[in-house]
Design a protein around this ligand. Structure first.
Ligand code: BGC
Length: 767
């Protein structure tokens, strides 16, 4: 009997051990991620696998959209969604059945925790990965820190700041149980009619690449519990649409793709970026969502990308209903998966059709396994299986909008505001200008938060008017409200501002675009808000002109995501400031700059053309771009790339190279002496450009190859050392092979991309 019990005990233990081993491989933290992924994959049904590849919008988002939209409205709406005919309870049930792997547009902790609790009831308890467009802070969700948008951040040329913002954003997101941000957007912006310039880092591939890479690292870190997955987007070409509109075709040569558009995406891969999003548009005739060359040949084979690719909003479906390369939605799913797509944003038909495609033998199971492996890998990497699947609202409240994060938002706003003209009126003297009149659509509106932001609590946002009241408290401030809507301005209010201007000592017009998403169809800039001109909308120009006609000094401040062709203001206002979309402390930062509490330092990360007719207007154009030029109008932009004024002055000494002749595999050190010749401390952004003088294929007239932010006391000189690497000297030759051709290179350093702002020296490169 005793023997029997011992045998039984051993048997039971073995069963226990076996089932424990079986159960725990994918749940066992000590195993490698690859083993855990394989173990889990082996346990999954086809339906569960295909479910991991699908994403849904959040339940609250659906409820809100359902209330406000009709099915017809939905067709062209890429910000709101619901699934006609599907009940919320269906989505809840599918989540419990493990048939949904991811959600997006989930804005509260209550909901992230709730959705995760549903996934925890599923057979294999695979956690959800919840994504959100945390483009400049987790601003889409109320109650988070809102930093300047990417374009303003890029104008600071401050990569340390970009890293810090990404770290803080990740902490705020993770505290809300959000794991994946659809940023950085590393598109090289080459058309200001396109409404999304504000979410990019501007027009220069080198700057965009650096900003994207540090941002990726800031989000992902070592994939700790306060890191999130980055999404490098949108691959590729959407930032130079043939007609300036979002999702229009990109017709770009392979040379342009490889020289201009690819490098920032490659930098994202090199920085470890864990996911990629494809672009809405077709690229040279093949939609990005069905483009095997882009997803497989370039991204995976050439660059070694190991993460997963997610589609953009219903863009796989658009292979059928927009691009017409697929004759049905099911066919569209087939094309996209076979071209390399891993995850579908977002919708209800995916699971059914993709399972059918596998069962019909059209999509091999091995192809599905590849995608699921990549997605599960990311979930393990993020620690989703190993940590508490829920977050604690109390802890989250301590992290979000913390004093440190607010401080960063303020500093970033100060560093991203560009002073474009100043006839000496700035900084304002409070004792001289006692009566201030402020007006304009952006004078007292949360629109300073920018695109990709929800409305935030009023006490968390400082508008320009509030900033003035804080900083210039002793002055008598009159506010003439023009409403928020540039397209529906009231002429009587314009007249009122003109009258009040006469009574004031100084006038400030805060003009620009309207970007807030909650007024999706009424805004004038942002996603899907492209324009056929780049002028000020509505009566804004009249407002500026009439206020200036008062004879009193007039300052114009622009709040905008896109460059605006404000020729009149540039020539006539006493000062012009471009503050972009400066975030929650934008108003304070603007007031500090107006009153000289802060010295502006930002430089344009994008060229500002005079008008849309000049487009394409970029600083790194090819030599023949203006061979004949325009008749009767200027070939010059309104403001060039790299340009921005300070309240102090800087002088550049002669550039020194450590070698004036190098072999083509050598690096060269460039020393650039800069002196603060003014009377106050300031930060200068020193820029280094090069040009290959003669080459077998045409090269840009200049390319940015280095920069440095340097803070100088009055009278102080510092020598900035920057390095030019062989990689920066090379290009794709006639046969599309990478080559460095011997010859003379012009090395230029200075305060902007404009020739008159640059010192020049020659470098000889030999075989
Ligand atoms: C945008 C993406 C974004 C996605 C989810 C799309 O309309 O193009 O950039 O990540 O929506 O919000």
């Amino acid at each position: 009997m005793k023997k029997f019990y011992i045998t039984l005990l051993i048997f039971c233990n073995c069963i226990g051990l076996m089932s424990q081993t079986e159960r725990t491989i994918y749940l066992d933290k000590t195993q490698t991620i690859s083993r855990r992924v394989e173990d889990l994959l082996n346990r999954m049904t086809l339906e569960e696998k295909v479910g991991q590849m699908n994403q849904f919008v959040g339940l609250e988002h659906i409820k809100a959209a359902q209330k406000n939209l009709t099915e017809e409205d939905l067709k062209n709406n890429t910000a709101n969604a619901f699934y006609p005919g599907t009940k919320l309870s269906d989505i809840e049930r599918w989540t419990k059945e493990g048939l949904i792997g991811s959600f997006l547009h989930v804005l509260t902790i209550e909901e992230t925790n709730y959705l995760q609790s549903l996934a925890m009831q599923s057979r294999l308890k695979i956690p959800l990965i919840i994504g959100i467009d945390a483009i400049h802070g987790n601003a889409n969700a109320p109650g988070n820190t809102v930093y300047p948008t990417n374009i303003g951040l890029a104008c600071s040329f401050d990569t340390t700041m970009a890293y810090r913002i990404a770290r803080q954003t990740a902490q705020e997101m993770r505290s809300m149980n959000l794991h994946w941000t659809f940023n950085p957007n590393v598109e090289v912006a080459r058309d200001p009619r396109w409404g999304r310039v504000g979410e990019t880092y501007g027009e220069d591939p080198y700057l965009v690449g650096l900003m994207g890479a540090v941002t990726t690292k800031g989000y992902q870190g070592n994939f700790g519990t306060d890191n999130v997955l980055a999404c490098i987007k949108h691959f590729v070409g959407g930032s130079e649409p043939i007609n300036g509109t979002n999702a229009a075709p990109a017709d770009l040569s392979e040379r342009t793709l490889r020289e201009v558009f690819f490098p920032p995406f490659k930098a994202g891969v090199d920085a470890g970026g864990g996911s990629f999003m494809t672009a809405h548009n077709e690229v040279n005739g093949i939609p990005a969502h069905a483009n095997e060359w882009l997803m497989e040949d370039v991204l995976r084979k050439e660059w070694g990308f190991k993460g997963f690719v997610v589609s953009d909003w219903m863009d796989i479906e658009h292979l059928y209903d927009v691009h017409h390369t697929a004759s049905s939605v099911k066919e569209a799913f087939y094309q996209s998966i076979m071209a390399g797509m891993d995850m579908h944003m977002h919708g209800i038909f995916w699971n059914e059709y993709v399972c059918e495609l596998v069962k019909e033998g059209r999509i091999p199971l091995s192809r599905i396994n590849e995608s699921v492996r990549r997605i599960l890998y990311a979930k393990f990497q993020l620690g989703l299986f190993d940590n508490n699947p829920f977050c604690d609202p109390k802890q989250s409240a301590q992290i979000r909008l913390s004093a440190e994060h607010r401080k960063t938002a303020l500093e970033a706003a100060r560093n991203g505001i560009v002073l474009l003209t100043n006839n000496g009126i700035l900084p304002l003297d409070e004792t001289k200008y006692k009566k201030v009149m402020i007006t304009g659509i952006n004078a007292d509106d949360q629109n300073i938060l920018g695109d990709w932001s929800a409305l935030q609590k009023d006490e968390d946002v400082i508008t320009v008017l509030e900033g003035l009241r804080m900083i210039a408290g002793k002055t008598d401030i009159t506010f003439v409200d023009q409403g928020w809507d540039p397209r529906n301005m009231d002429p009587a209010k314009v007249e009122e501002a003109a009258r009040k201007a006469e009574e004031a000592d100084i006038n400030i017009v805060v003009a620009g675009e309207y970007m807030m998403r909650f007024r999706w169809t009424e805004r004038t800039s942002g996603e899907d808000t492209d324009r056929s001109d780049i002028n000020l909308v509505g009566l804004q120009n009249e407002l500026i002109q009439k206020v200036k006609a008062s004879g009193k000094p007039t300052i114009v401040v622009l709040i905008s995501g896109r460059p605006l062709g404000v020729e009149w203001a540039a020539a006539n206002a006493d000062a012009l400031i471009n503050a972009w979309e400066p975030g929650m402390y934008g108003g304070q930062a603007i007031a500090e700059i107006l009153y000289g509490k802060e010295n502006p330092s930002a430089k344009l990360a994008v060229t500002i053309p005079r008008h849309a007719g000049q487009i394409q207007m970029i600083y790194n154009h090819k030599p023949s771009a203006y061979f004949h030029g325009y008749k009767g109008s200027s070939n010059e932009p309104l403001f060039p790339f790299g340009f921005g004024l300070s309240y102090t002055t800087f002088e550049y000494g002669d550039i020194q190279l450590d070698k004036t002749e190098i072999f083509k595999n050598e690096t060269v050190k460039v020393n650039i002496p800069v002196t603060n010749t003014g009377s106050r401390e300031g930060t200068e952004i020193v820029q280094l450009y090069l040009r290959d003088e003669y080459s077998s294929v045409t090269r840009p007239v200049k390319e940015l190859v280095g920069f440095s932010r340097v803070k100088l006391a009055p009278g102080e000189t510092q020598t900035v050392e920057l390095t030019i690497t062989p990689k920066q000297l090379g290009f794709l030759d006639k046969k599309m092979n990478w080559a460095i051709e011997p010859g003379i290179f012009k090395i230029m350093a200075g305060s902007s991309s404009r020739d008159e702002d640059l010192k020049v020296v020659k470098l000889k490169v030999t075989e």
